[in-house]
Write a protein that binds this ligand. Structure first.
Ligand SMILES: C[S@@+](CC[C@H](N)C(=O)[O-])C[C@H]1O[C@@H](n2cnc3c(N)ncnc32)[C@H](O)[C@@H]1O
Length: 231
């Protein structure tokens, strides 16, 4: 494990331990997708679930979330808050350990913006493989305008990717996205809808991109050909 990987994980674990008493937040963004999410044929993966705000909402509304995070204290917080859904300890940099095309929906809320461009592309590729044909990824990532949470600070070590050299994130890395970054990172997806908007985190405004993208349903004519051969 590299030093910065270690610092990031240590920070997340101590953050979740210190915030045990806080109510988990979900930022009021998933509600509008609930009618669609409730049609999921199986579980919904909550990748980088944190204390489980989104998963608890999904479970309340009758979906079957699977919580996944690399911080064990995040998963413990999910349990402490009464979440009984499956919890998986995973580091998405090392892959997403589910069979191909397992999920109709994957939610990744504010968890895809910590990585180099190469790793971000690999993670998004892995999500693409793990999602079912016709499935949807719903995610939010830091906007370049997210100045309350570090945009414009730190040392740019790659295009729009920063080493945070002060404050509570000191020693970690963060990416901030603009519209072109989104088009670029999500280019293999069939339909990409995105919107730059605001949410509240710890009492301050956070500027994010909200992204919904869909993997195409099968375009092969296999099924039709088989039926034709039978008739
Ligand atoms: C800003 S929090 C968001 C948590 C939750 N999705 C929410 O919106 O409340 C980012 C989460 O991503 C997780 N995370 C960061 N890097 C990760 C990695 N490499 N693999 C898995 N989870 C990771 C952190 O532990 C943390 O829980």
């Amino acid at each position: 494990m590299s030093a910065s990987k270690d610092i990031g994980l240590k920070n997340w674990n101590s953050g979740y331990l210190n915030r045990r008493h806080e109510k988990p937040v979900h930022g009021d963004w998933l509600e509008k997708y609930l009618p669609t999410l409730m049609r999921a044929r199986g579980p919904v993966l909550d990748l980088g679930c944190g204390a489980g705000g989104n998963s608890l909402l999904l479970s309340d509304k009758g979906c079957s979330p699977v919580c996944a995070d690399f911080a064990i204290e995040a998963l413990r917080s999910v349990r402490l808050r009464g979440g009984e859904m499956p919890c998986v300890l995973l580091d998405m940099r090392d892959g997403i350990p589910f069979k191909e095309e397992t999920f109709d929906f994957i939610v990744a809320d504010l968890s895809l913006h910590y990585f180099t461009a190469e790793t971000t592309c690999r993670i998004i590729d892995n999500i693409y493989e793990t999602i079912a044909e016709g499935g949807t990824l719903l995610c939010r990532v830091n906007s370049m305008k997210d100045t309350n949470f570090g945009a414009g600070a730190g040392e740019e070590i790659e295009h729009h990717y920063y080493f945070m050299d002060m404050g509570k994130d000191k020693g970690t890395h963060k990416r901030f996205f603009d519209y072109d970054d989104i088009l670029n990172f999500f280019k293999q997806w069939h339909e990409v809808a995105c919107n730059e908007n605001e949410t509240m985190r710890r009492g301050v405004v956070k500027r994010v991109w909200e992204i919904a993208c869909r993997k195409p349903a099968s375009t092969t004519l296999d099924g039709i050909e088989k039926s034709l051969r039978k008739s």
